[in-house]
Design a protein around this ligand. Structure first.
Ligand code: ZN
Length: 154
């Protein structure tokens, strides 16, 4: 990998660390020319996957699109970039576990919701209200009520 500072081709790995969940390897690298140190992350990538949208249209899976949708629901919520990357990665792992060549956008939505529910409940509600076709409004309201922390009256 080239050095991002001087674009020299010889960088060496000074340290590699496996993440606690065993799903990511983080490497510290050092440029042999300018001594600049930087890190790279290695993780499995979703292979060729076709997403079938609700209207039947097909498109290839895009991490960017996934991230965009989730970022929207996370607007103004507290989280770090590292936590966000972990979230995206866990979603992609779930997608890969299905071992499919084609996946419905609904299926991806369900996976995202499952992960968001643990990650951030407000983001979950935002995401769910857009992506899930709730059978009826009551069910949705019930779901929201069950997520709200019980506030004590003053
Ligand atoms: Zn360099």
């Amino acid at each position: 990998m080239y050095c991002p500072v001087c674009t020299c081709k010889t960088t060496r790995v000074v340290d590699s660390r496996l993440a606690p969940d065993g799903m990511t390897i983080r490497r510290r690298r050092e440029c042999e020319k300018c001594s600049y140190r930087f890190s790279t992350n290695e993780y499995s990538e979703v292979p060729d996957l076709t997403v079938v949208k609700n209207d039947g249209k097909k498109e290839s899976y895009s991490r960017e699109k996934l991230q965009k949708g989730i970022l929207m629901s996370l607007a103004k919520r507290p989280y770090t970039l590292e936590q966000f990357e972990k979230l995206i990665h866990s979603i992609e792992c779930d997608i890969q576990k299905l071992r499919k060549k084609e996946i419905n956008s609904n299926e991806i939505g369900e996976i995202v919701m499952k992960r968001l529910l643990v990650f951030d409940k407000v983001a979950y509600i935002r995401f769910a209200s857009i992506y899930r076709a709730f059978e009826d409004v009551n069910k949705f309201q019930k779901e929201i009520r069950s997520l709200k922390p019980t506030k004590k009256k003053k």
